[in-house]
Write a protein that binds this ligand. Structure first.
Ligand code: FMN
Length: 367
C-alpha cells in the first residue's frame, strides 16, 4: 500500500479510537476491557478472512525494517511486550495488527490466578498504567499443551518467571520453578526471556536480581544444551553498581541479550499503591538502561528496548541508543492499535531521512 493511503487509514482509525472506543473503554475496569478485547482478538485470529481484514486495517511492511537477528527473521522491530498476552491467546492475530514479534507470558511452572482485584489501573494524566497482576497465568503445562502443535507466523518469545508464592522464595525451589518452565518450552517459540525483574510478586524485591542468586539460576539454566537465544529482562530501577554486577555475571554465560526493561517501582509522582508502573513514567529509565547495557557490552549483545514508546520518535531514540528490537503495551492502550503501523511507517521515514538503508545500521549510532 502507498504511504499516503496508510497515513490516511491510520489517521481515520486513530480518530475513531480517540473519539469513540477509548472514551467507552476508559469508563470500565481496565482488566475487564482487556479480557473482552483478548477474547474478541482471539476469535479474529482464528480465520484467514478476519486476519486479512485486520491486516488491511492495521498492517504495514517495508524492507528497511526487516532484520535477521540471532537467526530469527523479524519483519519489523516492534514487538508486543510480555504481560498483554499472558496465556498465549493472541499469537494468530498479532502479526496482522502489525507486530513484528511478540512475547507471551510471563509463564510460571504452576498456574496462578493473580493478586486480588483490582490489579490494573489507568493513569491517563501521565500516560501510564499501574500493574499488580502478580504473574497471573495458566502455568507451563497447560500453556505448553495449548501451543504444542501450533505454527507461528512471526517470532514468539517465551517469557518465563518464577511462580508467585512464598514457597518459591526459597532459592532452590525458585530455581527449580524457572527450570521446569525453561525445560518444558524447549520445543516452542523463537527465543526465551528470563524475567528476573517482576515488581509485583509477594517478594519485596525480585530475588533473582540479587547477584549470588542469579549465578545459581543461570548455572542451572545453562546446564542443559541451549536450543534458542536467551534474553534477560532487567528492572529499570537497578542501581548502577547492581546493574554492573548483573552484567558481569551475564558475561560468563551464553546470554544473547537483554530486555530493557520491566515496570518501574519508582512512583515519585505520588501514585502510591502496590505494583509497578509502565508507560511515560518508565520511558527515560528504559532509555538510560539501554544506553548503559549497550555501552557495557560495546554493542555486542542484542537489546530489546521496552518502556514508554508512544511514537516513531520514541522508538528511534531507543534504536539509536542501542536497541535492535522494541516492545510496547501502554502506548497501544492510550493511542490505539494503529500505533504499531504508525511507528513502523514513521521509523522507515526517519531512517531514510538519515540515509540508512536498513534499521540495523542505526542501532547504537548515538551512544
Ligand atoms: C498489564 C501489564 C502486564 C505486564 N505483565 C508482565 C509480565 O507478566 N511479565 C513481564 O516480563 N512484563 C510484564 N509487564 C511489563 C511489560 O512487558 C513492559 O516491560 C512494560 O509495560 C513497559 O512497556 P510499556 O511502557 O510499553 O508498557 C506487564 C505490563 C503491563 C502493562
Amino acid at each position: 500500500m502507498q504511504e499516503q493511503i496508510i497515513n490516511a487509514r491510520n489517521w481515520l482509525i486513530q480518530k475513531k479510537y480517540k473519539w469513540i472506543f477509548k472514551p467507552i473503554f476508559f469508563k470500565f475496569d481496565p482488566e475487564i476491557i482487556h479480557d473482552q478485547m483478548s477474547s474478541f482478538l482471539n476469535f479474529f485470529g482464528k480465520h484467514t478472512s478476519t486476519r486479512k481484514i485486520a491486516y488491511w486495517c492495521f498492517g504495514y511492511s517495508n524492507s528497511i525494517l526487516e532484520q535477521n537477528i540471532l537467526g530469527i527473521n523479524f519483519k519489523n522491530p516492534i514487538g508486543l511486550a510480555a504481560g498483554f498476552d499472558k496465556n498465549a491467546l493472541l499469537i494468530d492475530i498479532m502479526p496482522s495488527i502489525g507486530f513484528g514479534f511478540m512475547e507471551i507470558g510471563s509463564i510460571t511452572a504452576k498456574p496462578y490466578e493473580g493478586n486480588t482485584r483490582p490489579r490494573l489501573y489507568r493513569l491517563p494524566e501521565i500516560k501510564s498504567l499501574r500493574v499488580n497482576y502478580g504473574l497471573k497465568n495458566f502455568g507451563a503445562e497447560i500453556l505448553h499443551q495449548q501451543l504444542q502443535n501450533k505454527t507461528f507466523s512471526s517470532p514468539v518469545g517465551i517469557n518465563i518467571a518464577k511462580t508467585n508464592s512464598l514457597e518459591t522464595s526459597e532459592i532452590n525451589k525458585g530455581i527449580a520453578d524457572y527450570f521446569f518452565t525453561y525445560k518444558t518450552f524447549q520445543d516452542i517459540g523463537s527465543y526465551f526471556t528470563i524475567n528476573i525483574s517482576c515488581p509485583n510478586t509477594c517478594e519485596k524485591n525480585p530475588i533473582f536480581s540479587e547477584p549470588q542468586n542469579l549465578i545459581l539460576l543461570l548455572s542451572k539454566i545453562f546446564s542443559i544444551t541451549k536450543t534458542k537465544p536467551v534474553f534477560i529482562k532487567l528492572s529499570p530501577d537497578l542501581l548502577d553498581t547492581k546493574l554492573q554486577q548483573i552484567l558481569t555475571i551475564c558475561q560468563k554465560y551464553p546470554i544473547d541479550g537483554f530486555v530493557c526493561g520491566n515496570l518501574t517501582k519508582e512512583n515519585s509522582l505520588d501514585h502510591a499503591g502496590e505494583g509497578g508502573f509502565s508507560g511515560k513514567i518508565v520511558q527515560e529509565l528504559s532509555d538510560q538502561l539501554i544506553k548503559k547495557v549497550y555501552q557495557y557490552y560495546d554493542g555486542k549483545k542484542i537489546i530489546i528496548g521496552c518502556g514508554g514508546i508512544f511514537s516513531a520518535e520514541d522508538a528511534y531514540k531507543k534504536i539509536k541508543l542501542g536497541a535492535s528490537l522494541l516492545q510496547l503495551i501502554t502506548g497501544m492502550v492510550f493511542e490505539g492499535p494503529q500505533l504499531i503501523s504508525d511507528i513502523n511507517l514513521g521509523l522507515a521515514k526517519l531512517l531514510k531521512a538519515d540515509g540508512y538503508k536498513n534499521i540495523s545500521e542505526a542501532v547504537g549510532k548515538e551512544n
